[in-house]
Design a binder for this molecule. Structure first.
Ligand SMILES: [Zn+2]
Length: 403
């Protein structure tokens, strides 16, 4: 028997659009994806996949189900084999009764989502009664409407805030969700203290982690939830849930470095931005974004770190470029990040920067050749370019690579 909690966890980690697309090429049609049905013969598509509901449905033959059902039907696998197959694709181990991994995943029950939801509500309530936190957001130019859209909250400056909403502060689920840290001698305390809280939400709108930003000078400036049964950094993008509609509408997505950037951009009407979560852009991110729209614009700070991040994004993106898809790199002036830039110059100036991104064909061939011959493109994508190579990137300019 495979525990129900594991199956739920597996389904929550999968995106049915990814799963179906391994077998059937999908096309966007409004909020859904469509294709000619793989289960019956037809000339016009009546097979639809709903990302928000996470199921597929054929209006022609009535085929219907979840990601698991699809793999069973399409690959002709049994229930257990289909689950094994899908679990492998997201690096989960199917629990067998006596394995340690099994115990781990049995506990990864759906109620972890409720825990995150309770914490989110608490942090939002706390924001409402903290003039200091409200003041901070106001100074950054954020409206209450935007704060609500992103579910922004505040974790007060105390060690056991969450004891106020979780009757059992010693409960395992609090450490499993990364909300609480166990220190020496079993003492527990909240991970997030005196921070602006940004809930990290999956494509279904469930909170799976938090990013916390200090209000003043403290360190670290940004603190994220650790990897948990709900949250895998390399597969999630901050703001994607809120941005999905705009990304489809605009047919482009802007990838930035911080959650504050995403929120500030949305505040100024650039609603198609997402952020990586303390990781480099992964191949998974790139694939996901290229499926949503035609044009992926990576926007990085003009400093050295930004240039290195851009280089890694480029290395991870190149293998996935197909006809009709474009990738650009936008470097802001060194003294700016997207948040400060759009606050100072506004939406039009920011979008002008995006427009000015040059296609690869006009990018100086010499420079491109140098990148190619540096061996970096063919080298393992796990190695960031050296500082020297990063420094070659031009400042104050936008570079677009279009294949
Ligand atoms: Zn059908």
């Amino acid at each position: 028997m495979i525990p129900k909690s594991f199956i739920q966890d597996l389904l929550n980690r999968l995106d049915i659009v990814d799963v179906v697309e391994r077998y059937v090429p999908l096309k966007k049609a409004g909020a859904n994806y469509v294709a000619c049905c793989p289960f019956h013969n037809e000339k016009s598509p009546s097979f639809t996949v709903s990302q928000s509901k996470q199921f597929y449905h054929c209006f022609g033959c009535g085929a219907h189900g979840t990601a698991i059902g699809f793999v069973m039907e399409h690959a002709g696998l049994g229930y257990v084999d289909a689950i094994e197959e899908l679990a492998r694709s997201v690096n989960l181990e199917v629990p067998h009764e006596r394995s340690a991994a099994g115990e781990h995943h049995q506990k990864a029950a759906p109620d972890l989502y409720e825990v995150m939801q309770t914490a989110t509500r608490y942090y939002r309530e706390q924001l409402k009664i903290s003039p200091r936190a409200i003041d901070y957001l106001k100074k950054r130019g954020l409206s209450g409407e935007i704060a609500a859209k992103f579910g922004i909250g505040y974790a007060p400056d105390a060690w056991q805030n969450l004891a106020a909403v979780f009757a059992d502060y010693q409960s395992e689920v609090l450490s499993e969700t990364g909300l609480v840290i166990s220190g020496d001698e079993g003492k527990r305390y909240d991970r997030f203290r005196d921070r602006i809280m940004f809930p990290i939400v999956n494509v279904r709108g469930q909170v799976i982690g938090f990013g916390g930003r200090v209000l003043d000078k403290g360190e670290p400036k940004y603190l994220n939830s650790p990897e948990t049964p709900l949250f895998e950094k390399g597969r999630e993008l901050y703001g994607l849930f809120q941005a999905q509609k705009a990304i489809r509408g605009e047919q482009r997505v802007l990838v930035v470095e911080g959650y504050m950037d995403v929120v500030a951009l949305a505040q100024h009407g650039v609603e198609y931005a997402v952020a990586t979560l303390g990781t480099a852009t992964t191949p998974y991110h790139v694939q996901k974004l290229l499926r949503l729209c035609e044009h992926v614009v990576f926007c990085f700070d003009g400093d050295k770190a930004g240039q290195r991040a851009a280089w890694r994004a480029l290395e991870n993106a190149l293998p996935y470029l197909q006809d009709g898809k474009r990738i650009s790199f936008l470097f802001l002036p060194v003294e700016h990040d997207p948040d400060s830039f759009i606050r100072e110059f506004g939406k039009a100036a920011f979008e002008q920067r995006i427009q000015e991104a040059m296609p690869l064909s006009t990018y100086p061939r010499q420079s491109w050749k140098r990148y190619m011959t540096s061996g970096r493109l063919r080298a393992s994508s796990q190695n960031p370019p050296s500082k020297k190579q990063g420094a070659r990137r031009p400042r104050h300019s936008a570079v677009c690579c279009s294949a």
